[in-house]
Design a protein. Structure first.
Length: 240
């Protein structure tokens, strides 16, 4: 199977940024999309704009039971599941010494457990049908650590390791890591430390737009069955 037009693809974090751009990119190619996030109003508007081949359901990726129900609903609507894009993520950056334990927990819950819950919701189906593709959105922060991003980067190193482990354990399930550099999105709007938030604004002076990452995700998904794109790293240039 080449291309995405005959595939059913689940996408988390579809209510903004990279997730929304990915929905638009794949919808253009005629894929059947089942999209999730917590902000139902945004999902509904996006699905209505794009047409019948895009269906939505509210989803909190930190809840394993909700993710199972999300995958069941997608399979009931479209008949099968070919791929999952685990894109949902949060980035409330802070210095470790600030001891923002609640924010550490939220990052670990969404960025790590969210990805594991997604894998758990689709892997038994993928094993049974002897094919499937999990695309996990990690980060350049899965390769390097900067001050204020210790926990965030820790979660993304974990996403990298989990994806690589999935690839090693299954010959007929594809596993792709997408590692974006800085992208102009809503990510980090919830940073509570003013100095760290100011630092993010400086990084964002050189940034990608979300469609650059959406194209990388499409590239991985449209490969023929025998091709597994293991990782794509995308960073902005000065022209970004
Ligand atoms: P956005 O903040 O625009 O999007 C994040 C998405 O995650 C939203 O749709 C949000 O939806 C969703 N989300 C957050 N928490 C939950 C939850 N508990 N359950 C379900 N969905 C949730 O940021 P980006 O588009 O930038 O982020 C997408 C991914 O890209 C993240 O994994 C991020 O770490 C990664 N990334 C981003 C980079 C950047 O510079 N922007 C760089 C490297 C990686 P809602 O609030 O409606 O639930």
């Amino acid at each position: 199977m080449t291309g995405v037009s005959d595939k059913t693809i689940l996408i988390t974090g579809a209510s903004s940024g990279i997730g929304e751009a990915t929905v638009r990119e794949l919808a253009k190619e005629g894929a059947r999309l089942f999209i999730g996030a917590r902000r139902a109003d945004r999902l509904k508007a996006l699905a209505e704009e794009l047409g019948d081949h895009v269906a939505w359901s509210e989803l909190d990726v930190t809840r394993a039971d909700a993710f199972e129900a999300f995958a069941d609903a997608a399979a009931a609507r479209f008949g099968r599941i070919d791929a999952l894009v685990n894109n949902a993520g949060v980035m409330p950056l802070s210095l470790l010494a600030a001891l923002k334990r609640d924010e550490w927990t939220r990052m670990i819950d969404v960025n790590i457990y969210g990805v594991l819950n997604g894998i758990a919701a689709v892997l038994p189906r993928f094993i049974a049908q002897k094919s499937g593709h999990v695309v996990n959105v990690a980060s350049i922060g899965a390769h390097l650590v900067v001050p204020s991003a210790a926990v965030y980067c820790g979660t993304k190193y974990a996403v990298w390791a989990i994806t690589e482990g999935l690839r090693q354990e299954h010959d007929d399930v594809r596993a792709t890591i997408i590692s974006p550099g800085v992208v102009a999105t809503e990510l980090g709007n919830d940073i509570t430390d003013a100095e760290v938030a100011a630092g993010l604004r400086v990084w964002r002076q050189k940034s990608l737009t979300p469609d650059a990452i959406a194209r990388a995700i499409r590239y991985a998904l449209e490969q023929p069955e025998g091709v597994d794109v293991n990782e794509v790293i995308v960073r902005p240039t000065a022209a970004g």
